[in-house]
Design a protein around this ligand. Structure first.
Ligand code: F6R
Length: 635
């Protein structure tokens, strides 16, 4: 048994990306289906919904179309369904399965079993018992596919669910309702109940594969794989199954000891980055400034190897302290007229052309408002490219307010333009009759996009950016009118390439959000990465001289030990940034699809920036009011 095994109690397979992980699982499923088929047997699959298995299902559909994979011998049992919910509601899992898999392959509809959100409440117990029985009669599940909730749920077995539980009606945990609010307009529309297979139903499967992608899942994966078996983390109960595999991408695996603290899991190569990570984590854990760490602290915290290799604690402390100190600069575009070559950005050329990519119309000011203002104030030629329209996050009430204004303006100005009045009338009528889950008409979407565009322009004016430096890319992948976006497409890349070629920046800033692999920010990032790689391959001269800096979007911050450039903000700059965020009035108070954090964007930004400053101070560096953090992408 090696050290990794002793920490990890469930076998884990890690892939570079969710795509590769999903292809692997698809292969496993296909092998099983074909193997069963060759023996003339049925193949019983337990299936999950949610964002995690979408790429897996897309790959199975591709294999069906291109490689003749048949689902004729498959009997499917889905894990769960909201309750109550109409079968064809946008958010029902029945609809999800039809859309992503069942309607696209040759499975017999009679073999598609899924708890029904329309069952009468008084019949649910009986129906659930029948569900278990049909499953048993089908011979039990050959392979169960699972996702995992941030609270460790599997199916909708929330923390506390018994290991003996069977298919039943359950209340949804508040954290699950918040996490899933993204699929609904807002939290109040998320059903309070669900029907789910039980833990014992899941554990009876002959083989189980659980998949998890993205950094948000990393903490719970660590607990499920390395922690104690506890009903408080339902996925940890899978440790008791004898053929269970976790398939992860590198992000979801990142909290496992072998990555988080590799020195504890065996031998490791002490690069400067790893040394910094180990020392910073130790200092924060012991609540000591870096320069106060002793040889004894190193020994007590599993870092004696580092002492053997690098010498005394004092020397190592200094080295890490300097690395942290040198990541702080008030000159994000480099400091001109300086002999100090240790600054983070190049002093020359000065001034620089800086291009900030903002996935939504407010990410620039929320995530890097202080840096944005500094770049402009320090004389650089700052451009902003708003990647998407952000139209989905404007409420209907907000649009109505603007429609009222437009009608009033027409009256006031005595305008009798039939065309514009018609647009206003159509828009008003549509909103008056709009049903809960109805998708906005292109007209309404345009108005919502316009509202956000005006807010972005006002922010740029506030910072002092020239009109011609504001670019609205309106990337098409975003324009579905629903929370579900299209994947990155060639058109998105072409638009971005054109923008980059026009500006020819020395510096690019973009949202390096890797946390949510399905989110808009990640797609926006992939589009910039792909565009930059192509420009480099094309040999564009200016690209060699272009540095790319990643900021984090509204949800998370870089790990303190990763930060390569930290821009301090004075209390006045914090206030100036706050007012810049306030300009985005459509995003204040409750916005649709807010996600699982009820704080307003300016509060999140301030909490985050002051937390970064606080961590630097705890490590023994100067205490600033706030700090914005960046990591460089080397391509
Ligand atoms: C869905 C299900 C849930 C999800 C989990 C993760 O059928 O049973 O347990 O697997 O909530 O959801 P995503 O994949 O959306 O992060």
């Amino acid at each position: 048994m090696n050290m990794v095994d002793s920490f990890e109690k469930i076998p884990v397979k890690i892939f570079e990306s969710l795509q590769e992980g999903s292809y692997f699982i698809a292969q496993e499923i296909a092998k099983l289906i074909r193997d069963k088929e060759s023996k003339g047997e049925k193949c019983v699959l337990g299936l999950a919904t949610g964002s995690s298995p979408k790429t897996l299902y897309a790959e199975l559909v591709r294999m069906h179309r291109n490689e003749g994979l048949s689902f004729k011998n498959v009997i499917a049992f889905n894990l769960d369904e909201y309750y109550p919910i109409e079968n064809n509601a946008l958010q029902s899992y029945k609809r999800f399965m039809k859309q992503h898999l069942f309607d696209k392959v040759d499975i017999d509809p009679k073999n598609c079993n899924i708890p029904n959100g329309e069952w009468k409440k008084e019949e649910i117990k009986k129906r659930c018992a029948e569900y278990e029985q049909i499953l048993e009669e089908a011979g039990g599940i050959d392979m169960q596919i699972l996702g995992i909730g941030n609270n460790g749920h599997i199916g909708f077995n929330e923390p506390g669910a018994s290991i003996f539980s069977k298919t039943r009606l359950v209340p949804l945990d508040n954290s699950t309702r918040i996490a899933n609010a993204q699929e609904f307009q807002n939290i109040s529309k998320v059903p309070r109940l669900a029907i789910t297979m039980g833990i014992s139903t899941i554990l009876k499967a002959k083989r189980i594969i659980l998949m998890a992608w993205g950094q948000l899942k990393a903490p719970v994966i660590q607990k499920a794989v390395e922690g104690h078996v506890t009903e408080q983390i339902p996925a940890s109960l899978l440790q008791q199954h004898n053929d269970c595999l976790f398939v992860l991408d590198t992000m979801a695996a990142s909290e496992l000891t072998r990555f988080k603290s590799p020195w504890l899991a065996g031998e490791c190569e002490w690069t400067p980055q790893l040394t910094r990570k180990a020392i910073v984590n130790m200092a924060l854990k012991l609540e000591k400034p870096i320069l106060s760490l002793t040889n004894g602290d190193y020994n007590d915290n599993g870092l004696s190897d580092l002492l053997v290799e690098k010498g005394d604690a004092y020397e190592i402390n200094l080295q890490v302290f300097y690395m942290m100190r040198d990541s702080i600069t008030g000159w994000p575009g480099g400091k001109p007229n300086t002999a100090n070559l240790a600054t983070i950005e190049r002093a020359l050329p000065y001034p620089k052309r800086c291009l900030i990519f903002s996935p939504h119309p407010d990410d620039d000011i929320i995530s890097m408002g202080g840096t944005f203002m500094r770049l402009h104030d320090q004389g650089h030629d700052v451009h902003v490219a708003y990647q998407t329209s952000g139209n989905i996050a404007v409420t209907d009430e907000f649009v109505t307010r603007f429609l009222d204004f437009a009608v009033g303006f027409e009256e006031l100005a005595g305008i009798d333009s039939k065309k514009s009045s018609q647009i206003l009338q159509n828009a008003t009528r549509f909103l008056d009759d709009k049903k809960n889950s109805e998708v906005d008409t292109p007209e309404i979407r345009n108005i919502k996009g316009l509202i956000r565009r005006c807010e972005a322009k006002a922010t740029c004016r506030y910072v002092g950016i020239k009109n011609e430096n504001i670019h609205f890319l309106n990337l098409p992948f975003y324009e579905t009118g629903t929370i579900e976006k299209k994947p990155m497409g060639e058109k998105d890349i072409q638009i971005t390439l054109d923008n980059l070629k026009k500006v020819k920046p020395h510096q690019v800033y973009c949202a390096g959000d890797l946390a949510d692999p399905h989110g808009t920010h990640k797609v926006c990032l992939d589009i910039v990465f792909e565009s930059m790689k192509r420009l480099k391959a094309e040999g564009e001269d200016w690209v060699k001289d272009c540095w790319v800096w990643l900021y984090k979007g509204a949800w998370q911050e870089w790990d303190i030990s990763e930060i390569e450039m930290a821009i301090p903000l004075s209390p006045d700059q914090v206030m100036k940034k706050r007012f810049g965020i306030f300009i985005h009035q459509s995003q204040k108070d409750m916005v649709p699809f807010q996600g699982n954090d009820s704080r307003e964007f300016w509060q999140r930004a301030e909490d985050r920036n002051s937390a970064t400053a606080d961590l630097y101070a705890k490590l023994g560096l100067t205490r600033y009011a706030a700090m914005e953090a960046f990591v460089r992408w080397r391509f």
